[in-house]
Ligand binder design. Sequence first.
Ligand code: PRT
Ligand code: MG
Length: 220
Amino acid sequence: MTPMITIALSKGRIFEETLPLLQRARIRVLDDPETSRKLILRSSDPQLRVVLVRATDVPTYVEYGGADIGVTGRDVLLEHGGRGLYQPLDLGIARCHMAVAVHAGFDYARQVRPGNRLSVATKYPTITRNFFADKGVHLNLIKLYGSMELAPLTGLADAIVDLVSTGRTLAANDLVEVEHVMDISARLVVNQAALKLKTPAVRRILSVFEEAASANMEPA
Ligand code: PRT
Ligand code: MG
């Protein structure tokens, strides 16, 4: 008997952008997370089910085997650290970039010199520390869980490190991007033990994603 494969997704853009990849292999998710309260969703493939978790919890679920496979942003993965995860594939979905932004009047170029101190608010402490360590800047890191855009406006921090896609959130809050930290897209992560113990079943789902992602990565 083929074992059940569980894939962890988060509601919102990860779920919505993963559906078309599954759809290419004619796999449909049978419940709609926006209308159903279910956290375990069946799919049209009897050997594949979806669990819905918080975006930041996807790597943890897969690390400990609560799910065999997951789809998660590179941002989330770098903060998690990737322990116990096999990362076979960049899916090219949920694209955006990580940026440093400041209040429009702030002289960032003057402040970011080696030896200077900068206060930075972010949800991404690991990425932020690594980025400023490379510049020799001393960091007062202020960890936030949301609404980072508010920090420079209220004097809580000089700068923020956050994700940007259209740039509308920054513009609406009188913030300007001053550094491009890295490009971000969503990756497939796989529990290493699941890959060993359920090899054919995991490989079958991996190849579904491989085919869909290679079509997705082709230049437009
Ligand atoms: O929102 P929630 O608190 O439920 O959880 P989450 O923010 O962790 O999840 P979700 O679904 O918002 O994001 C999941 C993943 O999508 C992230 O980990 C990223 O890898 C990816 N992604 C792609 C984004 C964006 N684009 C994005 N624009 N994640 C967040 N944003 C936010 C950004 O933080 C900022 O507040 O959108 C705002 C900026 O958007 P623009 O278009 O105004 O520039
Ligand atoms: Mg969000």
